[in-house]
Design a protein around this ligand. Sequence first.
Ligand code: BDR
Ligand code: CA
Length: 321
Amino acid sequence: TTRILLDADTGIDDAVALVYLLAQEDVDLVGIACTAGNVGVDHVVRNTLAVLDLLGATDIPVARGAALPLVQPFAAADAVHGESGLGHARLAASSRSLDPRSAAELWIDAVRAHPGEIVGLVTGPLTNIALALRLEPRLPELLRGLVVMGGAFEHRGNVGGTAEWNIFVDPEAAAMVLDAYRGRDLGHVPVLCGLDITERVLLTPQHLDELRRMTGESPVSRFLDDALGHYFDYHAREVGRAVAPLHDPLAAVIAAGRDVRQELRAATVEIELRGEHTRGMTVPRWVSGAGAAGANAQVVRDVDVDAVLAVMLRAFEEMSR
Ligand code: BDR
Ligand code: CA
């Protein structure tokens, strides 16, 4: 069993990642930390609880986290994920209460309760984990692993030209987390799934048609249609094709330990904090051989896209029955 703590800014693809994770019998989702990102943190909390209710996972602790990045002001990405953050989906508000702890406390309690066992999965800005690091500097060594959807290693960003959204929202937090791994030998470094790779994992309306043929209509398949329909339309306008890049779901597949023929490359990754036009850019210095020991990240350079889509559709099918 893989114990995963998810830290998300629950928008459309974060929700899809949740669908995937909850379909995995060998994944124990120990909690979800919410952060401002795609939408404000209150929306993120609402979305997270509502999606968990939809999926029948009402016993997973959900903690409210950062409302603002560490240093800079915050602005949401309404156009990408819709005003609520879940596209056209309108889920009933949950009556469940939040965990009383802050997101940073959730991180710390989880790793202290299960030292060396928790895989952190971050699918939003890294604010909460940076705050947790401030309170518990041993966080990296208490984790078993850390997988982050973040970065653009060929420097084609999805915001401001060169940056990727999760890093762009809180570059200082991302830098702080990567710095915590610099020059240490902890047996793991953060695995970074950047846009270069996630933008190749494209779900299309045909995949959802196929799902409907297999399972018929169900609350989950309807949710996927409504949420991803908005993503399809957004990308149809932006890139001329109705596709949904599965950014966060890819990171979830990797965190769950699935073999999707991922190729990782060690790098020392710097976050550009002062660039006039490049703030939030991820700058890798690729290392190999003995140099790899000093790296602070493993960057995902390749995956078997069909294998990722196949495990995703299997999870959708499972959760739609
Ligand atoms: C990332 O930003 C968000 O819009 C997505 O949910 C994903 O985590 C992609 O840049
Ligand atoms: Ca996200």
